[in-house]
Design a protein around this ligand. Sequence first.
Ligand code: ADP
Length: 436
Amino acid sequence: MQHSYWSQELWRLAQALLAGLVLGAITSYWSYSIIIALSGYIAWMLVRIYRIDRWIERGFKRSETPDASGVFENIIGKVHSLKSGKKRSKKMLAKMLRQFTASAAAMPDATVTLNEDFEIQWFNEMAEQLLGLQAPRDIGIRIDNLWRDPAFREFLHDTDINDLNIVSPFDAMVKLQFHKVKYQKDNLLLTARDVSIQERVDSIRREFVSNASHELRTPLTVIRGYLEVMSEDRECTPSVRDKMQTVLEQTTRMELIISELLTLSRLENTSLDSDEGEIMDITAMLEGLARDVVQSGQAEPGQVTVSADATLCLRGISSEIISVCSNLLHNALRHNPPGTTVELAWFRNGADAPCLSVTDEGDGIEERHLPRLTERFYRVDTGRSRDHGGTGLGLAIVKHIVQRHGGHMDISSTTSVGSSFTCCFTPARIVDCVNP
Ligand code: ADP
């Protein structure tokens, strides 16, 4: 108890004073006697402090704890409890560190930590298998000195690139997907996973869709030929001719689906260099599209407006960029009530990227559909989309074309307010229309 230690200490001081007084009464030298008694008390205190100081200096081992009483016993007790508390938290930290290292080591992805100079600090077992790293040989080595692949170097140094798919530098049959995350200011956590199987399955799927589409094309052309001849046959009754017309329409629809599936297989996972393509006057193209939909009766005069930066031209594959604009414009007209206004805009955004947006004031799309809109055959209202002649592949095609041109598409929509589809391309594709 704190209080009793101090009263014990005060009691000792009082005893020393009393001894001084007794000595004073015997010798009649009062002040000398009291000074001697108090000096004795102080000397005794100093000896106790010295012992404790030495004990602390030697690492305050329990076995060497000095004999102490009064307030010093209390101090020693507190030092002991602080020491055991520190020992406990040290043990806990060590346990947590062991657990963390074990779980990171057991991760199915290769994991490597790098310092601000890209020097390897730590890696797990999977990194040994997948990336051929060896400890301690590679600890402290710059990772870009180990793999000199230009794409890997660019991925490492460019803060805007967070993912990279490349062929493994150790095994040409293995495709690796790298991902990097910054932590503690400039350190990097690098993960890599083997995506060879996934890539293979993807490529088999693409090949299958492409082959199946090609195979279906020829018989459909033959069917269409016969149907056209038969529907013109005067011996056919009007009822048969009507049915024939429906079959012909469905054949046309199938041909469209096949042609769009083939387009998608061609576009998927391909990219263009930023200097590939023709210089396109997007303003003129948008104005032309707006005129065409009015002339063909798909829109009323004034229903489609164009707001474009005429000085801004784009380098791209013109047939593909036209298909992006045309798909988005036709969707805005097709999926919204007649007469709904549509704005085509062409501008530089805050990040200086050239962007094309198609904004309608239609019914809007519920938020839950937005992340899935660019999936092939995904439709908000399947029946209505088919009635309008939609294949469900338009937005998937748009997404892949924009990605091929180093861009991305954002979709925003509010029900009863309208939707906006914005495609932004890499600034490297900008060409000055005035001084190309
Ligand atoms: P579709 O051939 O059906 O138009 P898309 O891939 O172009 O296929 O579009 C997918 C779905 O997204 C459409 O079926 C439609 O439900 C919805 N959608 C696309 N654009 C719009 C729009 N501007 N307004 C409302 N819904 C839209």
